[in-house]
Design a protein around this ligand. Structure first.
Ligand code: FEO
Length: 395
């Protein structure tokens, strides 16, 4: 793919990674991804915004053929999928300066061993003139590292946002064409890496609210040429009040825990509570992360394995603890063979969650009528709590 014109003297460059199926050796990428860089040619200076993943260096280098000089390489985020090819860019354009903020500069020196003299540090709100185009840098921490910033091109009203508003999608379409598909990918991305920072993200959104924005150009996925809906979606995801939704990540070995999960789902549905199930033996953890954005209650379903929770349930608990979702209630249900401490172990793994723990429902062997009655009671309690807390309708 050659560089592509977005507006006069503004180009998309980068790499569409159709094949990648895992990020950070953890996050599933069902639709691939892209690493977007942008070239802005002012009347006096030329800037390149961000770079690409080192695996895609050759593509970026070919796209720069014919570009005689780059004055500034703007680094909005030090993570290597956007910064990892800066050393090679500096080798090709030795006169270029890396423009970034102080925190990012320190990280780039650590991660890429860049020399201090290649940097120009910019403060929050500072502007850089390219002649007839002005770049204004706005610090937006935790989207998704502490040093992240965005860049506003004033004359064209384009916000270059790096991970902020990004979506892991590989597409030959430069601009968003399928809003539903991008909404899902962007929500997945928010759930996977930004959920713990939602309070700061809400502040970042307010910080940008005064800007007239015609276009948002992220560093993953397509460009938003009608950006208001993705900003509204971020506002919704960042809200602290959850939805009337119970998320049940579960695993079952011989079917008993599955029977309990199904019964609880039935009872909750009858009470008007939406339920989303994730069978951890087969689930896509990105889908689970998306649901955790909205959940009011999390119920972990686990059998007991060697006196503790099933390792897949422990993995889900670890993930939820790291993502710190806004859920306010938590419970555990499951079947055990002869005994164990599955509940105590799981409870000890979710110290980051600010939740009220509801009475677990455990049974020895196959669930019986007492088990089902206890599950009915748990469903009643959850439905009542959701009403009392005024959780929002889902979706
Ligand atoms: Fe796309 Fe946080 O890097």
């Amino acid at each position: 793919m050659q560089r592509r014109l977005i507006k006069k003297n503004i180009y998309w460059l980068g790499a569409i990674d159709w094949d990648r199926r895992l990020f950070d050796s953890l996050v599933p990428l069902p639709d691939g991804t892209s690493y977007n860089a942008y070239l802005i040619e002012g009347s006096e200076k030329t800037a390149l915004l961000d770079a690409v993943d080192p695996a895609m260096l050759d593509l970026l280098m070919k796209q720069l053929d014919g570009i005689a000089g780059i004055d500034y390489i703007i680094s909005q985020h030090a993570e290597q999928d956007h910064s990892g090819t800066i050393p090679q860019l500096l080798a090709r354009y030795p006169q270029a300066k890396v423009v970034t903020n102080a925190k990012a500069k320190a990280l780039l020196m650590d991660h890429l061993h860049l020399a201090e003299e290649v940097f120009i540090s910019v403060t929050d709100g500072e502007a850089l003139s390219l002649g007839d185009k002005t770049l204004r840098f706005i610090h937006t921490p935790w989207v998704h590292w502490p040093e992240t910033m965005v860049t506003y091109l004033e004359e064209d009203q384009i916000l270059f946002s790096c991970d902020f508003f990004g979506a892991h999608i590989a597409s030959s379409d430069l601009f968003v064409t399928d809003q539903g598909r991008v909404y899902e990918a962007a929500k997945r991305y928010f759930g996977e890496i930004m959920l713990p920072f939602r309070a700061i993200i809400a502040k970042n959104l307010e910080k940008l609210a005064y800007l007239p924005i015609q276009m948002i150009a992220p560093s993953h996925g397509q460009i938003y040429n009608q950006p208001s809906w993705i900003v509204a979606a971020y506002r919704d995801w960042a809200l602290q009040v959850p939805h009337n939704l119970v998320v049940i990540p579960f695993v079952s070995m011989h079917g008993s825990t599955r029977m309990m999960v199904d019964q609880l789902t039935q009872n909750l549905t009858e009470q008007g509570v939406t339920v989303e199930l994730f069978n951890l033996a087969v689930t896509d953890i990105g889908k689970l992360a998306m649901s955790l954005i909205d959940a009011g209650t999390i119920v972990v379903g686990t059998p007991t394995v060697l006196a503790g929770p099933h390792p897949l349930a422990a993995h889900a608990a670890f993930l939820a603890n790291a993502l710190r979702p806004k859920a306010q209630f938590l419970s555990v249900i499951g079947s055990y063979g002869w005994g164990g401490k599955a509940v105590e172990t799981l409870a000890g793994m979710v110290g980051n969650l600010k939740v009220e723990v509801l009475e677990p429902v455990l049974c020895k062997g196959m669930p019986n009528k007492d088990t089902f009655a206890a599950l009915g009671q748990l469903a009643n309690t959850i439905a009542q709590k959701h009403k009392e807390q005024g959780f929002r309708a889902y979706p």
